[in-house]
Design a binder for this molecule. Structure first.
Ligand code: HEC
Length: 165
């Protein structure tokens, strides 16, 4: 009896949540999650929406280079004997891919508040090259090469901060 009651309550909760998110609006209008416009706008609009203008270079630095950030996670996974199995490699590959995506979308599109645009472009291109090399090396499951590329990213801070931070 108790079990049936619980199941009833659970079903009710699911229904209430489903009702809250159900949105009969036409494609192109805003969904409760804010993705409706993206779907209607095509690839360009969805890329733009993914990079909310509020995602700044400082946000990138926190997420990628902060303590326990993306780069540290990749670097830690590649230390020692490296990822133990395919599943562990898959995670490293995914993190490298996301790091590359964030580089393209945030750093490449950012205008430096300090320093010249040409210098920024050169430094970001160099950074992006390392992140692309990292992606390729993780796809090839080459631990040593992957580690070298992520270490390069780890040494990129000083020259860029000196010019642009
Ligand atoms: C391509 C240039 C570039 C590279 C490479 C770079 N940074 Fe930055 N970083 C910046 C800029 C520009 C800022 C200032 C952002 C702002 O305040 O708007 C910044 C800010 C930061 C901040 C402060 C973020 C905040 O919340 O204000 C941290 C932490 C940081 N960087 C860490 C690092 C570390 C660690 C590395 C290297 C492993 C690194 N960065 C590499 C350009 C770079």
């Amino acid at each position: 009896m108790k079990k049936i009651c619980l199941a009833g309550v659970a079903a009710l909760v699911v229904l209430v949540i489903a009702a809250a998110f159900f949105n009969p609006a036409q494609p192109g209008s805003e969904s409760p999650l804010g993705f409706g416009v993206v779907r209607a706008g095509g690839a360009e609009a969805s890329a733009a929406a993914l990079v909310d203008p509020a995602a700044t270079v400082a946000d990138f630095m926190q997420v990628v280079h902060g303590p326990k950030g993306l780069r540290m996670q990749v670097q830690a996974a590649l230390s020692g004997s490296g990822p133990a199995d395919d599943k562990a490699w898959r995670m490293v590959q995914a993190r490298a891919a996301i790091l590359g995506l964030l580089t393209t979308e945030i750093l490449q599109n950012a205008k430096p508040q300090k320093g010249s645009p040409d210098s920024w472009k050169a430094l970001v291109n160099e950074y992006q090259k390392s992140s692309e090399d990292l992606i390729l090396a993780t796809r090839a499951k080459d631990r040593r090469a992957s580690f070298e590329h992520v270490a390069l990213l780890g040494r990129s801070c000083k020259s860029c901060h000196k010019a642009h931070k």
